[in-house]
Design a protein around this ligand. Structure first.
Ligand code: HEM
Length: 446
């Protein structure tokens, strides 16, 4: 009897697991436990989540439904199937829409007007000369190790802030110590950029749109949004935002831009330098391309006089695309349908399904990129007769696809090419042994 009391619950538990757990089991999917479903496996594998999901997608026809717990009632459908991507991002995008109106506000991204074309070359040159080259020269003279991602983040933050608002946050300079951080606060769309002030002392740069934001902050912070609104109002064609709703909207967009313009490009450039430091042949080809296209500039730090000249660097462009394929700064794009839908793969989704498009896995699919999909090979982006190869955005998803794709793509390439060409031409970058680590975070970064 005593034995029965001990063994009966165990037998019942085993029966329960056997009957319930394997119910939805597909090929090689994580074990689907009762109540907590696939959460334990996802948690345990979180440190290698991107590679694990890539492998699962390869084994399950590019689409996998992850069951989260019974309590949250939300399932996650992960897909790298190009037909699903096209359906979600283009054909049926209206039910998966993100609903952003940023395009009307910041026309400098090239959607309208010519402010982009006028300002970018000046800002890129100024940033390279005043900060990037100065910092790298100093580090090279001192034989100093540098945190590359912090360096590129600062460059991109200063360039984006200057371009979007006219304010120079001056965070990249010789002797920088703290990494600037971007923070957003609650319902007032309040954001802060922590950055060392050009004058030397550390101050906070804030973009605020609270009900009381007419007052001076009085705590040593600089209100970038107020600066931007004043500039906009003094422009006769644009009276600037007048009411608080407009200001909140502008503040939210300003923060989006600062985040989008800083971390993506900085993470990608860091991966680019990691990859070329391990592939010296690629680095040599980039150097050769620079030599051929900018003759007579060998002894100069600045190899190009206007950013349009950068379009000659086809191999460098390809090496950046190849880095984006292997290490896209956004490894997943998230969408939630606002009604029921059936994907081309046959999967049904509704408002309780989070759909994750796996950019990382798509960049490593044999079916798309061939047997050598795991190799870093910029040549795959170049046509046989020369020139860059066009790859459809539903298979190369780094900048998203369809109507809501990245509006900063051209700007991103211009700035990344300017930085990469200048650094490759002037310095040798190597990864310090043991200092490269991969963070499972967004943006996906070394
Ligand atoms: C390597 C560089 C970059 C990559 C890989 C990248 C990638 C992306 C992706 C994938 C999205 C769409 C996200 C989604 O649909 O869920 C996006 C949106 C966006 N990107 Fe980029 N981007 C880059 C650089 C930039 C730059 C330089 C800017 C501007 C300064 C920029 C501005 C934006 C904005 C404003 C959005 C829309 C954000 C929103 O809708 O909330 N991006 N980007």
């Amino acid at each position: 009897m005593a034995y029965l009391e001990i063994f009966l619950p165990i037998i019942l538990l085993i029966l329960f697991l056997v009957l319930l757990a394997p119910k939805n089991r597909q090929l090689c999917l994580p074990w689907n436990w009762p109540f907590v479903r696939m959460m334990p496996t996802m948690y345990l594998k979180s440190h290698e989540i991107y590679d694990k999901i890539t492998q699962l997608l390869a084994e399950n026809n590019s689409t996998v439904l992850f069951k989260t717990s019974w309590f949250t009632k939300t399932d996650i459908l992960v897909t790298s199937d190009p037909a699903n991507v096209h359906h979600i991002m283009t054909t049926n995008f209206s039910i998966y829409q993100r609903g952003s109106e940023f395009r009307n506000v910041f026309d400098f991204l090239g959607q309208a007007g010519n402010q982009y074309h006028e300002s970018v070359p000046k800002i890129v040159h100024q940033g390279l000369e005043k900060s990037l080259i100065a910092v790298l020269d100093h580090a090279a003279q001192q034989n100093q190790e540098l945190d590359l991602q912090s360096l590129f983040s600062r460059f991109m933050l200063d360039a984006t802030c200057l371009l979007a608002t006219g304010f120079d946050s001056g965070s990249l300079r010789v002797g920088f110590s703290r990494m600037p951080s971007l923070r957003c606060h609650g319902r007032h769309s309040r954001g802060r950029v922590l950055s060392p002030h050009p004058a030397g002392e550390t101050v906070e740069v804030a973009a605020m749109a609270t009900a009381t934001d007419d007052q001076e902050t009085g705590d040593g912070t600089f209100d970038v949004l107020k600066f931007y609104l004043k500039e906009a109002a003094s422009n006769s064609d644009n009276k600037g935002a007048q009411n608080h709703d407009d200001k909140a909207f502008l503040a939210a967009n300003l923060m989006t831009l600062l985040f989008a313009g800083r971390d993506t490009s900085a993470a990608l450039l860091t991966w680019f330098f990691c990859l070329i430091s391990r592939n010296p042949l690629v680095e040599n080809k980039i150097l050769e391309e620079i030599r051929l296209n900018f003759p007579g500039k060998a002894s100069r730090k600045h190899i190009f006089s206007n950013v349009e000249e950068l379009s000659k660097l086809v191999y460098l462009h390809s090496a950046l695309c190849e880095s984006l394929r292997l290490f896209p700064p956004g490894p997943f794009l998230l969408r939630v349908p606002n009604q029921q839908d059936v994907l081309p793969s046959g999967h049904k989704v509704d408002q309780t399904t989070k759909v994750m498009l796996c950019t990382y896995a798509m960049g490593r699919m044999r079916e798309i990129w061939g047997k050598d999909c795991a190799e870093f090979r910029p040549e795959r982006w170049i046509m046989e007769k020369g020139g860059s190869k066009h790859v459809a955005s539903n298979i190369f998803l780094a900048f998203s696809s369809g109507p809501w794709s990245c509006p900063g793509r051209e700007l991103a390439f211009t700035r990344m090419k300017a930085v990469a060409a200048t650094v490759v031409h002037n310095y040798r970058v190597g990864v310090v042994e043991g200092k490269l680590f991969v963070r499972a975070s967004l943006p996906f970064s070394p």
